[in-house]
Ligand binder design. Structure first.
Ligand SMILES: Cc1ncc(COP(=O)(O)O)c(C=O)c1O
Length: 391
């Protein structure tokens, strides 16, 4: 069995990557450790790079279609990962999940309609509807006994005839929450009863930690299958976000024919050569790499948690159940959000995502990306300790 090396530190400068090359534009300085944008600093695995290289060797890059091999690689992967039997016709390539959210809004809603989101949550869930002149309605997550939960009572109280869509993040970014089956069944029942279409963003579903199980929303009940459009991708899992490899899964005939007709009309579901090539390679050969990467990331999370407990107990890592993003609860530091950002950026030299960008409930938090070499994590924690203890 091949042992992959996740310790390697690779300089990403000069590759036009947002995480490093847009630091100065976004943070006002280039001189920060980059623990923000949700891609990883691990080398893309060789079976993907080699597949792309092999395709490049042909040297003709004409119009390309989604072949049966492409669909079969997704179908087999979903069966293997989530025990989900998906039919080919349910699937469609989409040019990004965020764009997919915009397509669903354009296809199924009108300006002025309401879209429910559950903050703190991935900020495009708020920005895309707002920019499309839909009204965003918050159903904030609750913290009960130190754990995030959905607030169904509040959800039922805000639903009215204008609510057309709920955007679900499963697993939930930030905080890495893997929703249990009962929660998803309950959510589906409420949405179905109220004619609300659920967009289930499951991009983080493949890096679920061993003690937890991801239930694709559409599999939890007949109601869920009939009121949802699911988005998935190998992009987070295999660190290929720049190749744009997302896809939709729509089991319901009526929703599917309406949505896929919309995509076809604008040729929005036509992928690129490299998207198809990378997806096939990732899903055909990726299981072992993914297991090793996940173990490495879990060890990084443990490193953060142990260090904070030992040296910076006022910052607590909310224990993630999936993905490579750690939600740092800094509320005990008793700082304003501006002071908190100053502490991380200016005093510690670290670029993290400001919790406030994820909306209501994000104040007092920062999101740390641990998809990188452990050495970088250890150095960042040391810098943070010095910044917190420095008078
Ligand atoms: C929950 C969630 N959805 C979607 C995306 C982005 O997906 P895409 O690049 O396919 O638009 C991200 C990236 O961080 C994410 O965290």
């Amino acid at each position: 069995m091949r042992q992959y090396n996740f310790d390697q530190v690779i300089d990403r400068k000069g590759t036009d990557c947002i995480k490093v090359d847009l630091l100065e534009e976004r943070f006002g300085t280039k001189d920060l450790t980059t623990l923000w944008v949700a891609d990883m600093d691990f080398r893309t695995p060789d079976f993907i790079v080699n597949a792309i290289r092999k395709r490049c060797d042909h040297e003709i890059f004409g119009y390309t279609y989604a072949s049966p091999d492409y669909y079969n690689s997704i179908i087999d992967w979903l069966q293997y990962k989530h025990n989900w039997s998906v039919k080919k016709e349910w699937l469609s390539y989409i040019p990004g999940i965020v764009k997919g959210i915009g397509f669903v809004l354009q296809c199924f809603t009108n300006p002025g309609d309401k879209v429910i989101i559950q903050p703190p949550v991935y900020h495009p869930f708020r920005l895309v509807p707002q920019q499309m002149k839909r009204e965003v309605v918050n159903n904030p997550l609750k913290i009960v006994d130190g754990k995030y939960t959905m607030d169904f009572e509040h959800l039922e109280s805000i639903i009215d005839d204008k609510c057309k869509i709920l955007i679900l993040c499963s697993p939930h970014n930030p905080a890495g929450i893997v929703w249990d089956k009962e929660t998803l069944i309950k959510l589906a029942a409420i949405c179905k009863r109220n004619n609300i279409l659920v967009i289930s963003d499951e991009i983080h579903a493949e890096i679920v930690y061993p003690q937890f199980r991801h239930y694709p929303f559409a599999t939890v009940s007949p109601e869920a299958a009939s009121c949802s459009i699911t988005f998935m991708a190998p992009s987070k899992t295999f660190n290929i976000a720049g190749i744009v490899t997302s896809y939709a899964i729509v089991p319901d005939d009526k929703l599917r024919s309406e949505f896929y007709r919309f995509l076809e009309a604008g040729e929005l579901a036509d992928g690129t050569i490299f998207a198809y090539t990378a997806t096939k390679a990732a899903y055909t050969y990726g299981a072992e790499w993914l297991q090793q990467m996940r173990s490495y990331v879990i060890e990084n999370v443990r490193t953060v948690d142990n260090y904070l407990k030992a040296y910076i107990p006022k910052i607590k890592a909310y224990p993630p159940q999936a993905s490579f993003l750690v939600w740092l609860d800094c509320r005990e530091l008793n700082l304003s959000q501006a002071e908190l950002v100053y502490l991380f950026k200016d005093k510690a030299g670290l670029a993290l995502n400001d919790g406030k960008m994820f909306g209501s409930g994000g104040e007092g938090f920062m999101r740390m990306n641990v998809g990188c070499s452990r050495l970088i994590i250890e150095q960042a924690l040391e810098a943070l300790r010095k910044a917190v203890t420095k008078k």
